[in-house]
Design a protein around this ligand. Structure first.
Ligand SMILES: [Zn+2]
Ligand SMILES: [Zn+2]
Length: 226
């Protein structure tokens, strides 16, 4: 039996998303997923709210997208947000809590990415996200897949959704039973779905623009000059 998990989903606990937990849960159910990892930036704040809103057959993995001093790192199946520090320390903190550490869009040079200590990092992590729907250039995901293959690391997929319609655009196919964390550790995972998606970024820009214009409007309404 193959299960499908979107292993990178944001909610409005992330500054760049305005999707409330209930919408994330319903979007995941609508996409027919078996599970999602809620991976807000450096916080677990909305995991319980997503789980409370989720139907019983949707598994919700507590996760964090950690801002390291290099790239982003997915901490999956954790109870505490790891500190924002160097990647190798973050991986240790994830493992200390029994979680799995996956490099998030590791070579997307238009966002935060990894460039030093790559060999040590490859030895330390449990997996590499090789399909991220928000990578604008195909080669960013290809680079991640090549790196994973060269180091014999499992690969995952995630939509990196910041809007409900993005949930499930990319996902991780999981073979066999048992926990998602064990499946990553055992390499019973492979990424699938769409790896390149421009309109998500356009929607983010629009969201930022709207937020900025809302602020401008409320300044005018309150009689304050900008
Ligand atoms: Zn990221
Ligand atoms: Zn993300």
């Amino acid at each position: 039996m193959t299960r499908r998990y979107d292993l990178q989903v944001h909610t409005d606990a992330s500054p760049c998303s305005s999707t409330p937990p209930e919408r994330v849960a319903s979007a995941a159910a609508d996409a027919g997923l078996d599970g999602i990892a809620v991976t807000d930036h450096d916080t677990l704040a909305n995991v319980d709210a997503v789980r409370d809103a989720a139907p019983g057959d949707l598994e919700v993995i507590p996760g964090v997208e950690v801002t390291t001093t290099e790239g982003h790192l997915l901490a999956l199946d954790v109870r505490e947000a790891p500190p924002r520090t160097d990647p190798l320390t973050v991986v240790d903190r994830v493992h200390e809590q029994g979680g799995v550490a996956v490099l998030s869009h590791p070579f997307d040079t238009l966002r935060q990415y990894y460039e030093t200590d790559l060999e040590a990092l490859a030895d330390a992590v449990d997996g590499v996200e090789a399909v991220n729907s928000r990578c604008v250039r195909r080669r960013f995901n290809e680079h991640a897949a090549t790196f994973a293959a060269a180091h014999d690391l499992p690969t995952t997929g995630g939509s990196d959704a910041h809007f409900p319609m993005e949930v499930g655009r990319a996902y991780t196919a999981v073979e066999g039973d048992g926990s998602l964390a064990d499946a990553v550790r055992d390499g019973r995972v492979r990424p699938s779905g769409r790896g390149r998606y421009l309109s998500g970024h356009v929607a983010t820009k629009l969201h930022q623009f709207r937020t900025a214009s809302d602020r401008a409007v409320s300044r005018v309404m309150s009689g304050r000059s900008p």
